[in-house]
Design a protein around this ligand. Sequence first.
Ligand code: ASP
Length: 603
Amino acid sequence: MNKQAPEIIDSLEDWTRTHDCGSLRSEDVGKEALLMGWVNGRRDLGGLIFIDLRDREGMTQIVFDPNESPDCHASAQLLRNEWVLAVKGQVTHRLEGQENRELPTGEVELKAHEIKLLNQAETPPFQVDGIVDASETLRLKYRYLELRRPRVFDLFRKRHAMATAIRSYLNEMGFIEVETPFLTKSTPEGARDYLVPSRVNRGMCYALPQSPQLFKQILMVAGFDRYFQIVRCFRDEDLRADRQPEFTQVDLEMSFSDEEHVMTLFEGMMSKLFKSILGIEIKIPLPRLTYREAMDRYGTDRPDLRFGMTIRDISDLASQSDFNVFRRAIGEGGLVAAVVVKGGAESFSRKALDEFAGTITQYGARGLAWIKIKEDGWQSPIAKFFLPGLQESLAGFLGADPGDLVLIVADRPAVVRESLGKLRLEVARIMEIVNENSHALAWVTRFPLFEFNETEKRLTAVHHPFTAPLEEDLDLLKTNPEEARARAYDLVLDGAEIGGGSVRIHNIRVQKEVFRILGISPDEARAKFGFFLEALRYGAPPHAGMALGFDRLVAIFCGVKSIREIIAFPKTTSATCPLTDAPSRVDERQLLELGLSLQPDFV
Ligand code: ASP
């Protein structure tokens, strides 16, 4: 018997694929087929040899019979996982009882007559098609092996389908895709810039764009009217688990329009995406909450609306109790608020409730009060502070019935809202209240224009400095700027902010006023955005826009937890790329050309 592995052929000669590895069905039985793909696994049963051949579309079982094609069978004995093959054969039914119901091709197999070896492969560092318990670094180093799995490929097919649907929708709506520079000047989205030193202009740097914000506004001044771009943005932030230093936005801007136009446009886009990708009809117009309402009811500006359990202000009733903690909080201008966990009385032990109390200390809360409503009254450490009549009033006000659990926090309003907002999510997670296949989209509007930055001791822009104030709050810019609200809107999906935008300032006077409030001096403004301020002088039309975080949206549509799964070559949480080993040291010569030298600590 020939024990030599078949020779690797250099050209496909006249061999052309007739099918992919996911497409043969019982209707094809009797046909000749030619497949190409990777060896996913080999089973040698003494007589017959079976090979699962894999490509991005799926897997087909190939059978090698020594009686029918002895040469082919002999070659098959030497094949290894991940070798690349071309196989000619006849489609046959699998033997009765041998069908694989899990595989779409599982009723058939290909009886091989002839094979060509297209390439060999080293033994992979982890099994390509199996449960991977390899470390993230190893998986990213060999990311191409992970991407080789059909179910991983499917994520990218979906990503592509979403990008295609978005492009075609925006095209229909009269938007044109325009590329904007990557080598540019800093854009003020509030993160640190990635800098690129210039060789030709020594001592100077470009910044990679945090977003195309200024360019898209300038395109409006240019009369482009409707711009979009599916574009990479770069932000040098400390990485949290699910952040990437470079990420993709669906970025757009439209002229002669306001928040209504932008929101309607995105509702149309969402409705199309949900329908075409997930087969879900969403109801539009989407619900809208003001920032204030979102904070009051959900304790966050990105509420998960897939379930209720809203935060209720119970300060009035709490002030009638004898519980000092409540009375003191109210006396100090604080808030007493509650969430009702329907049917939660039996779900949480005292220990679990103590753990909740521990959890919310990280948001500044000093304690958690709880009430288990029972048929025969309250079971609660604070029951004794509420006279029976007051107990009923509170339960009645909250709509709490026997079997329910009430969680209460008393503190500064911001602490109360954040703590209850986080508990609400935690309780929903533990009780599995949310159906993972359900989705809830909503707009959050009227954000504050500015917020006080404790470290810098000054006001900063909540969205970015080009966001227009609400018309009715314009006067506040002079008197109480921190109370002014913005014509900004965020799109929230299942508790994640997936996009945001605003009506822009197109009036240079208002823009200057905003810079003044932000403590940006005229000189600094000129140095940083002089080009933009100048453009605003040349007939800027009213305009508004928005950007959608495409990676997060794809991850939600794919039902995966991390955006890293739907980025072909993601970075680790320490911003490295194990595949290419970036970032890496560069030649001394390159540094010299750039006029750079490293500080001794970094050499
Ligand atoms: N440039 C903004 C961002 O990246 C989006 C916008 O205002 O259009 O968040």
